[in-house]
Design a protein around this ligand. Structure first.
Ligand code: XMP
Length: 512
C-alpha cells in the first residue's frame, strides 16, 4: 500500500483543496470526520495527519474537538487554522478569540526549516481567514513564523513532529503553499510520492478483477468523461464480461452517438449496445415546456429505458458500473449544514434504488482532474478527456419551451457551428463549457429584400472551476461576428444571434 495521509475535516470550505494539494504531490490521502476513533486512526496507518480549518471556535462547547491521543501517536500532524488552534488549546497555548482577519498577509519566516525549508528567512505572502488566532505557542513549542498581526503564524513542537499554521497553505492565494504542503509530506512525514495515475490504474484493475470475478458487468455510457473512464477501467480488468449501453435520447448533439460508437466499439473494442429511444423520449416530452417537468420526465424515461435494456442485453449481469467520484463519497461534517452534504443527483443516468445490481464504482476515490489523468493513462482519446460537461437532459433544456424534432434540428446545427468555430479558434480547452440555446421567441429580420420572422439563437460560454459559480467568457468581437454570420447564413430558420453576458450567480449556466 502506498504511503497515505489522513485529512480530518473540521468543516472548512477548503478541506477538499487540502486533499487536492496532497494528491497533486502524488501522495494518496483521504478526508474523514474528526469523530473517527483513535483506534480507527491507528489501524488506518497514516504517514501524516492534517487537521483542517473550520468555522468553529475552540471556545464553543459544541465545537468539534481533537482527541489528544492523536498528538501522541508519533505520526506527524499539521494543523491548519482551526486545526492549529485545536493543537494550541490541547497543549496549553493561548488562543485569542474574536479578532477577524481575512485576506493576504506577509509572513516572516523565523526558521527556514521543516515546513519552511527552502524559504530563506524573509517574507512570503500567505492568505488568512480566521476569527480566533494563536497568541502564544504552548510550552515546548516554538513560533516559526509571524505576520504583522499574528505573533504565532506558525509553530512546531520541539522534539515531536507536530506543526501548525494559522494561514491557509492550500489556497491559490498562498503562492508558496504547495511548497509548505510538500515540505510536510516529504520532509516531515517522509512520504514517497507513489500516487500516480498509472499506479491508480494498476490497483483499480486488480480490485475490479477481484470484485467481479467471472461475472457479467453492465455500464451505462453517457459520453461524458466519468462514465467513459469507468468503462475503460472495467474493460481493462474484465474485458468482454463488460457490456456498455448507450441510450440515444434524441437530445444529443450532432454526431454524439456516432462519436461514442467509434470511440468505444471501434477504437477500444468495448462491447456496446446502442438503444435508440429517441422516439420514446420525444413523445414523452412533447408539449412540456416547464424545465423541471422536462427534467423529471426525461429522468424517469431514462430509467425505464435503461431497465429494459438491462433486462434485454444484460440479463445475466450481476454488477453495474457507476461513475461516482470522491466528492460524492466524502463524509462531511454536519457543521457545514445539509446544503453542502446533500448533492442533488439530477444526472440523467442516476439509476433507481430498487435496481438489483451490485455496484462497481472504480472512481470513488478520484477527484475530477484525477479522472482525466486516469483516462489518459488508459489511452482514452484526448477529445473525450477534455470534453465540456454536458447535462443529462441534453438539448431538451437548451430548446427553451416545448421541444420538437424540428427545433432540435435547428439547435443541433447551430451548436455544431458554434463549437466548430471555438475549436478552430483554439479556444475549446480554454473555455469550461460552451453551447448554443434556441430561444422560444421569434424576431423580425430582413434577408435579401424580404422580411423574415424567425428564431433567435443565444450563445453561451463560461469559465468555471466546478460549475457552482461561473463567469461569461469574453470573446473577441471578431470571433462573435464570424459565428453570427455563419449561423444566420447556414442555419435555416435563424435570423438573429445573441451572446449571453450573465455570470452565475445570479444567472445559471444553462438557461433552463
Ligand atoms: P447550472 O445551469 O445549474 O449548471 O448553472 C451547472 C452545471 O450543471 C449542468 N447541468 C446539469 N447536468 N443534469 C445534469 O447532468 C441536469 O439536469 C443539469 N442541469 C445543469 C450544466 O450543464 C452545468 O455544467
Amino acid at each position: 500500500m502506498p504511503d497515505r495521509v489522513l485529512v480530518l475535516d473540521y468543516g472548512s470550505q477548503f478541506t477538499q483543496l487540502i486533499a487536492r494539494r496532497i494528491r497533486e504531490a502524488h501522495v494518496y490521502c483521504e478526508i474523514h470526520p474528526p469523530t473517527r476513533s483513535i483506534d480507527w486512526v491507528r489501524r488506518w496507518a497514516p504517514k501524516g495527519i492534517v487537521l483542517s480549518g473550520g468555522p468553529s471556535s475552540v471556545y464553543e462547547e459544541e465545537g468539534p474537538g481533537l482527541d489528544p491521543a492523536v498528538l501522541r501517536l508519533g505520526v506527524p500532524v499539521l494543523g491548519i487554522c482551526y486545526g492549529m488552534q485545536l493543537i494550541a488549546r490541547s497543549e496549553g497555548g493561548v488562543v485569542v478569540p474574536g479578532k477577524r482577519e481575512y485576506g493576504r498577509a506577509r509572513l516572516r519566516v523565523h526558521e527556514a526549516d521543516a515546513l519552511f525549508a527552502g524559504f530563506g528567512e524573509g517574507d512570503a505572502v500567505v492568505w488568512c481567514s480566521h476569527g480566533d488566532h494563536v497568541d502564544e505557542a504552548p510550552p515546548g513549542f516554538v513560533a516559526t513564523a509571524s505576520t504583522a498581526d499574528l505573533p504565532v503564524a506558525a509553530f512546531r513542537a520541539e522534539g515531536r513532529p507536530i506543526h501548525g499554521v494559522q494561514f491557509h497553505p492550500e489556497v491559490a492565494h498562498t503562492p508558496r503553499g504547495g511548497e509548505i504542503v510538500a515540505n510536510f509530506l516529504f520532509g516531515i512525514c517522509g512520504c514517497a510520492p507513489g500516487w500516480t495515475s498509472s499506479t491508480f490504474v494498476t490497483d483499480a484493475v486488480a480490485r475490479i478483477s477481484e470484485q467481479v470475478g467471472d461475472e457479467q458487468v453492465l455500464c451505462g455510457l453517457s459520453g461524458g468523461v466519468d462514465s467513459s473512464v469507468a468503462a475503460a477501467l472495467v474493460q481493462k480488468a474484465v474485458g468482454d464480461q463488460l457490456l456498455c449501453v448507450f441510450v440515444d435520447t434524441g437530445m444529443m448533439r450532432r454526431n454524439e452517438r456516432r462519436d461514442v460508437e467509434q470511440m468505444f466499439r471501434d477504437h477500444m473494442g468495448i462491447r456496446l449496445v446502442v438503444v435508440d429511444a429517441s422516439a420514446e423520449f420525444l413523445s414523452k416530452i412533447a408539449n412540456i415546456a416547464e424545465p423541471e417537468h422536462k427534467r423529471k420526465v426525461i429522468g424517469e424515461t431514462f430509467i425505464r429505458v435503461f431497465e429494459r435494456a438491462a433486462r434485454e442485453f444484460g440479463g445475466n449481469a450481476r454488477f453495474l458500473v457507476q461513475g461516482t467520484l470522491y466528492p460524492d463519497v466524502i463524509e462531511s461534517l454536519p457543521v457545514r449544514g445539509p446544503s453542502a452534504t446533500i448533492k442533488t443527483h439530477h444526472n440523467v443516468g442516476g439509476l433507481p434504488d430498487d435496481i438489483s445490481f451490485e455496484l462497481v464504482e472504480p472512481l470513488r476515490e478520484l477527484f475530477k482532474d484525477e479522472v482525466r489523468e486516469a483516462g489518459r493513462a488508459l489511452g482514452l482519446h484526448e477529445d473525450f478527456i477534455r470534453r465540456h460537461p454536458f447535462p443529462g437532459p441534453g438539448l431538451a433544456i437548451r430548446v427553451l419551451g416545448a421541444v420538437t424534432e424540428d427545433r432540435l434540428r435547428v439547435l443541433r446545427h447551430a451548436d455544431a457551428i458554434y463549437l466548430e468555430e471555438i475549436r478552430a479558434a483554439g479556444l475549446y480547452d480554454e473555455i469550461w463549457q460552451a453551447f448554443a440555446v434556441l430561444l422560444p421567441v421569434r424576431s423580425v429580420g430582413v434577408m435579401g429584400d424580404a422580411r423574415t420572422y424567425e428564431n433567435v439563437v443565444a450563445l453561451r460560454a463560461v469559465n468555471s472551476r466546478d460549475g457552482m459559480t461561473a463567469d461569461w467568457y469574453p470573446f473577441d468581437p471578431a470571433f462573435l461576428a464570424r459565428v453570427s454570420t455563419r449561423l444566420i447564413n447556414e442555419v435555416k430558420g435563424v435570423n438573429r444571434v445573441a451572446y449571453d453576458i450573465s455570470s452565475k450567480p445570479p444567472a445559471t449556466i444553462e438557461w433552463e
